[in-house]
Design a binder for this molecule. Structure first.
Ligand SMILES: [Zn+2]
Length: 297
């Protein structure tokens, strides 16, 4: 019997914060409390006709992250069951269940409230969006290194603002996670940023964080950090091949985990097509919304 994989509210609760700017962490006025909201100052810097290298990175990553969330949701095979944990004063716990990536699509649970210790926390619409992002990021750090590789290469590395990207493996300052992966992006200005799509599962809201700040706040021991060339994870998963039959001795969990990686490689190889299609639909949706606002439709 495999032990159930449990995921506790206390491990990610800070990632449900709708009251701070995701770029600079400043407090937002009440009317701006939304999922992944931007303060006025950061918003203005992202709307300049000539973006600074940092603003370029932040703007691009916000959009690619939206796409990554959409893609993870569309390909979801694993499921989460909401439970009460008798050991932590009845707090909310999620049981992670691995599913067959080529089976029926899984749906996220609708989480209306969380119990943290003895307190009940009701979630509004915007907090529920962040809750989805927490669950969708669960165990996805390796997956994003592979599935988003070609996209980051095209949109970031081939731009005039980015000098290099590295894949970072580290031990995070977090009770429930031993190893975590993210990118380190060096801009042409020499500034370095941590770019992390799977941090929400650890309760960390920022997508683009100055590297020095990230290192101090999030990385446990600096000596154990491993930097690898951009594309290393894609290369090694590609080398594993596309063997979709069950190997002797593989139980569902091990087999499906291997299939998930294999499917993720396929997703990564076709990611530019998916991205173009998603952006086309996204632009159309915005145009329709704009017309509705002007009373045309
Ligand atoms: Zn801000």
């Amino acid at each position: 019997m495999n032990k159930p994989e449990l995921f506790y509210t206390i491990e990610f609760e800070d990632a449900l914060d709708t009251t701070i700017c995701i770029h600079c962490s400043s407090q937002l006025p009440f009317v701006k409390h939304r999922a992944n909201a931007t303060c006025d100052r950061c918003h203005a810097s992202l709307q300049q006709p000539h973006l600074t290298a940092e603003a370029f990175l932040r703007k691009k990553i916000s959009l690619i992250y939206k796409f990554a969330v959409h893609t993870t949701r569309a390909n979801l095979a694993n499921s989460f069951e909401i439970m009460r944990d008798p050991h932590i004063v009845g707090g909310t716990v999620f049981e992670f269940k691995r599913g067959n990536p080529y089976g029926r699509a899984a749906k996220l649970p609708t989480v209306r409230s969380l119990r943290v210790g003895v307190a009940e926390r009701r979630l509004g619409n915007e907090e529920r969006k962040l809750m989805d992002e927490v669950l969708l990021s669960y165990q996805q750090c390796h997956m994003y290194m592979v599935s988003m590789y070609l996209l980051l290469k095209k949109e970031l590395l081939e731009s005039e603002h980015v000098f290099s990207i590295q894949e970072v493996t580290m031990a995070p300052k977090h009770v429930a996670c031993g190893t975590h992966l993210l990118w380190r992006v060096t801009l042409c200005t020499g500034e370095m940023f941590a770019v992390a799509f799977a941090d929400r599962q650890l309760g960390w809201l920022g997508l683009v964080v100055p590297w020095d700040e990230y290192k101090i706040m999030r990385i446990d021991t600096e000596e154990l950090v491993k930097y690898q060339q951009f594309g290393t994870k894609m290369e090694s998963d590609l080398a594993d091949g596309a063997d979709r039959s069950r190997r002797p001795g593989e139980n569902d969990k091990v087999f499906w985990e291997r299939l998930e990686r294999e499917k993720n490689v396929q997703l990564g190889l076709g990611i530019l097509g998916e991205w173009n299609e998603w952006r086309r639909r996204w632009r159309e949706k915005r145009k329709r919304r704009g017309k509705r606002r002007q009373g045309v439709v």
